[in-house]
Design a protein around this ligand. Structure first.
Ligand code: GZL
Length: 331
């Protein structure tokens, strides 16, 4: 067909050349489109914006997606489980390659996880975990060992009791969001560790929901109830700790001296307050999970095996250390 058209006349030759260019252009355009089209489309449901930790987690995931050519559909659930479930259903309808989410609480996910599984879309848990009887619905959990964080907090307190020569320490606990993995595990790790030490007495646990404002309210209540009987405040995150500290000072006590203050997350603001001596120990819980998330999502898309659990390395910071050289925290 080309030959006869080409031979026939000049007009035929021009038509041929145009046809050749058209074929080449479409091919390149298609190839270019393939090169431009994202290597991977990741749907991520973030639970909210309740803390510096959460904002740092979101920022890191966005940055690592951009750096690794992953196209990120990020939806913020404003701390409502129903919003997370709706977002996951949208990701399924959109046929994303991988779904990831940070479940605000552990229960209530079976139906939507079965839907994702039946759609053949792998699911990664970021940060928190779900509690389900059904097997095979989750490909990987990327997040802290929250139980160990509770243990580290308690082990610090035991060392502090030793250094003070204390016969008894009366503890109040401000917990994170009810039924969330960090709340359940941090409490379990802390309580399992101190129960072996006869000096430790828990006065009361109250729920601060990981929020600064609730941390202040909880501390006001605990000060009214127990006042100077409080020797230790164990708070499940920096946000609630930072809300509680002014209440302690307003009541006439020196946090870090009259009361031992133990917190978890390790954000910049808490570390700065630790350096001022108003917090005694901050257990680290890094929000920087983006790199592991992108690597794992790409492996799943490529059909490669992934680890069921990925725990970042974490430690703690305390008044036992020289923190002058500590690098900026980034969240
Ligand atoms: C812990 C994370 C918690 C943080 C809080 O991994 O789920 O939620 O400790 C955040 O600051 O709100």
């Amino acid at each position: 067909m080309f030959e006869s058209l080409f031979r026939r006349n000049a007009g035929g030759r021009i038509a041929c050349l145009l046809l050749v260019f058209a074929v080449l252009f479409c091919g390149c355009a298609e190839k270019e489109e393939q090169e431009d089209s994202p290597a991977l489309l990741l749907g991520f449901s973030q639970l909210g914006t309740e803390s510096a930790w959460r904002s740092g987690n979101t920022r890191d995931i966005e940055e690592k997606a951009a750096a690794s050519g992953v196209s990120l559909m990020l939806e913020n659930a404003n701390r409502k489980q129903e919003n997370q479930i709706a977002a996951i259903r949208r990701f399924i309808a959109y046929r994303v390659d991988v779904i990831a989410f940070s479940p605000i609480v552990e229960e209530g996910w079976d139906n939507v996880l079965v839907e994702a599984h039946e759609a053949g879309i792998p699911v990664i848990l970021v940060d928190r975990e779900v509690n389900t009887e059904k097997k095979g619905l989750i490909s990987c959990h990327i997040g802290a060992d929250f139980y160990k964080e509770g243990v580290m907090a308690a082990e610090y307190l035991i060392r502090k009791a030793d250094s003070l020569g204390a016969d008894e320490l009366r503890i109040v606990e401000i917990t994170g969001t009810e039924d969330s993995t960090p709340m359940r595990q941090r409490q379990a790790g802390f309580m399992d560790t101190i129960e072996k030490d006869g000096r430790m007495v828990v006065l009361e646990s109250v729920n601060g929901d990981f929020l600064k404002s609730r941390g202040a309210e909880c501390m006001r209540y605990l000060l009214e109830e127990y006042g100077e009987d409080i020797d230790v405040v164990f708070s499940h995150n920096d946000e609630m700790t930072l809300g509680a500290l002014p209440e302690i000072e307003n009541a006439g006590y020196e946090p870090g001296k009259d009361m031992i203050i133990i917190s978890i997350d390790g954000g910049q603001e808490a570390i700065d307050v630790l350096r001022q001596g108003k917090i005694n120990c901050v257990v680290e819980c890094t929000p920087m999970l983006g790199r592991e998330l992108m690597e794992t999502a790409k492996k799943l898309k490529a059909g490669e095996k992934v680890d069921a659990k990925i725990h970042p390395k974490e430690g703690y910071f305390s008044d036992e250390m020289d923190l002058r050289q500590l690098a900026p925290r980034g969240y």
